[in-house]
Design a protein around this ligand. Structure first.
Ligand code: HEM
Length: 510
């Protein structure tokens, strides 16, 4: 072992202290300052801890007890107020009370932006790229062409519903129950039917295309979790090499190319007459996108439409099946309502518009199980001060309580009771105001679709009625364990039906 004289030791230490210790002390001080320095959100009370390290423990708690934490904040600020919840990559500021929620909702898009909130939360800059998210033509087309096309499309959507059920829940004459995994089956059905209006037949039935659309949102979610561990500037690198997004886009391009080529040829043969093309989202996009649009960006737009549409519908449908199987007394009256309506109008939008009990049932399903316990997710593009004096700095993520409002007894009497007739009774008693109580009607007391913001809710309502109507007219359903409704699953603020639960079915017996 080398021996040093006291002089040598001193000299090593002194050079160490000069060149290493001083920068270490400075770095340590900078770290402490960075972690403990006052931040603009400090004045907003926290549910959970807000310390530089303890907030991460609360963020982990939020992953598994998100609902409890949001409900805790709602009760603490019941008379109106604002709290924050730590998440792994940010604080979410949450608004409670009608007055403040209305201020959030009605603030202009250049103050609280929904689009930017989605870009920021879902990393759409990486997933969809600037060209797509800065010019979301597909969202505009949903608001305009898609909603208008529902009536013309409903018979086609019905055909696709029949096809989908035949593949995923095939019937025979046996009285024996057969089991299918409920949520995965609903997801398959939702993807097939929704894509009838997005890319048309045959791509909407292509198993590879269906699988891509179903796994894409899972990859987006993994991407979000992964990105939360890295600084923003590393996202393109991490995303390129550590996520499935690039390979999924490649797959989407491969599947879409033959369809696009075929349509381009049809258009050429028809001398540029757009009416020669099938009437669906793909054709509307071809007509509307800028000239320099590529197969890559087109693929991303279509995946984007599916991300918004198929899981929200599949989840609601799956929750709905569990409620029907748990409340069998609802089946006969809903069946009768559907039978009466289609006897008059066939499987049309007009008939779906007459299904008031089914509408009320679906509305109640979403009162309990809106996709998230909060709604009106926004990001502040400017500093803003609420009327109660709470200052929100630019860049803050913010939302309003939703499920706690849906479960508030001053808003909905007996809120814990699943009452399929809740909204139906309101329609009956206020005949002239039926429209006010329909599923698609949003308000600060009913926020599963935001407040007027979801452009797909009209399509979703129509499609879910087709799916449940067809199911009830042709099938009997049963819970796997009679009387035991499968437990739904919370993650952060999001709720979804139990992904592992089966549903039993057989050909309708009565
Ligand atoms: C049960 C079904 C559905 C539910 C529960 C649902 C829920 C929501 C919610 C909560 C928002 C955010 C609103 C806000 O924060 O203000 C939203 C936005 C959106 N939804 Fe839906 N949605 C459903 C179906 C659909 C469908 C079928 C489509 C498309 C066909 C769609 C397209 C969109 C789009 C594009 C946005 C963003 C709007 C924008 O950027 O302006 N949704 N939806």
């Amino acid at each position: 072992m080398a021996m040093y004289t006291p002089y040598e030791i001193r000299s090593i230490f002194s050079s160490f202290s000069t060149y290493v210790l001083v920068p270490l002390i400075v770095a340590g001080a900078a770290l402490i300052w960075a972690l403990w320095k006052p931040r603009p959100l400090d004045t907003i009370p926290t549910v959970g801890a807000s310390g530089p390290l303890s907030s991460y423990f609360s963020a982990i708690r939020f992953m598994f007890q998100g609902w409890d934490m949001i409900q805790e904040g709602y009760l603490r600020f019941y008379d109106g107020g604002i709290f924050k919840i730590p998440m792994i990559d940010r604080y979410m500021v949450v608004v409670v009370g009608r007055k403040l929620s209305e201020e959030l909702r009605s603030a202009p898009e250049d103050v609280f932006s929904l689009d930017q909130a989605m870009v920021d939360m879902l990393h759409l800059d990486f997933v969809f790229g600037k060209k797509v998210y800065l010019n979301p033509i597909q969202t505009h087309l949903m608001k305009t062409k898609m909603t208008k096309a529902i009536a013309a499309f409903t018979p086609e959507l019905y055909n696709e519903t029949v096809q989908g059920f035949e593949i995923h829940m095939p019937l025979d004459d046996s009285k024996e129950w057969k089991a299918v995994p409920c949520l995965p089956t609903c997801s398959q059905l939702s993807t097939i039917i929704n894509n009838r209006i997005v890319v048309g037949n045959p791509l909407c039935r292509d198993p590879e295309y269906i699988k891509l659309n179903l796994s894409f949102i899972v990859d987006m979610f993994k991407c979000r979790m992964l990105f939360s561990l890295f600084p923003r500037f590393l996202e393109p690198l991490v995303g390129q090499f550590a996520t499935n997004i690039p390979s999924q886009i490649q797959l989407g391009m491969r599947l879409l190319k033959p369809v696009l080529d075929e349509r381009t040829q049809i258009l050429e043969d028809a001398d540029g007459d757009w009416s020669a093309l099938p009437d669906d989202m793909l054709s509307w996009l071809m007509e509307s996108v800028p000239k320099d649009e590529t197969l890559d960006t087109m693929t991303r737009r279509l995946l984007g439409v599916n991300v918004a549409a198929i899981h929200t519908i599949a989840h609601t449908f799956s929750h709905g099946i569990f409620y029907l199987a748990s409340n069998k007394e609802l089946i006969a009256p809903i069946r009768k309502e559907v039978e009466d309506a289609i006897a008059e109008d066939g499987w049309t939008k007009t008939a779906m518009g007459k299904l008031y009990l089914l509408d009320s049932f679906l509305k109640e399903v979403l009162r309990f199980n809106g996709a998230q316990a909060w709604s009106l997710n926004r990001i502040a593009l400017k500093d803003w001060t609420f009327s109660d004096g709470t200052f929100i700095p630019k860049g803050t993520s913010i939302a309003a309580c939703a499920t706690p409002v849906h479960m508030d007894e001053t808003v909905y009497p007996d809120p814990q009771k699943f009452d399929a007739y809740r909204f139906y009774r309101m329609m009956e008693h206020h005949d002239s105001e039926v429209g006010q109580h329909l599923l698609v009607k949003t308000s600060l007391e009913y926020l599963p679709f935001g407040h007027g913001t979801c452009p797909g809710r009209f399509f979703a309502a129509n499609q879910m009625k087709l799916m449940i109507g067809y199911l009830l007219l042709n099938y009997d359903i049963e819970l796997e364990t009679p009387g035991v409704m499968p437990k739904r699953v919370w993650f952060e603020a999001a709720v979804r039906p139990n992904p592992n639960a089966n549903i039993l079915y057989r050909k309708r017996q009565t």
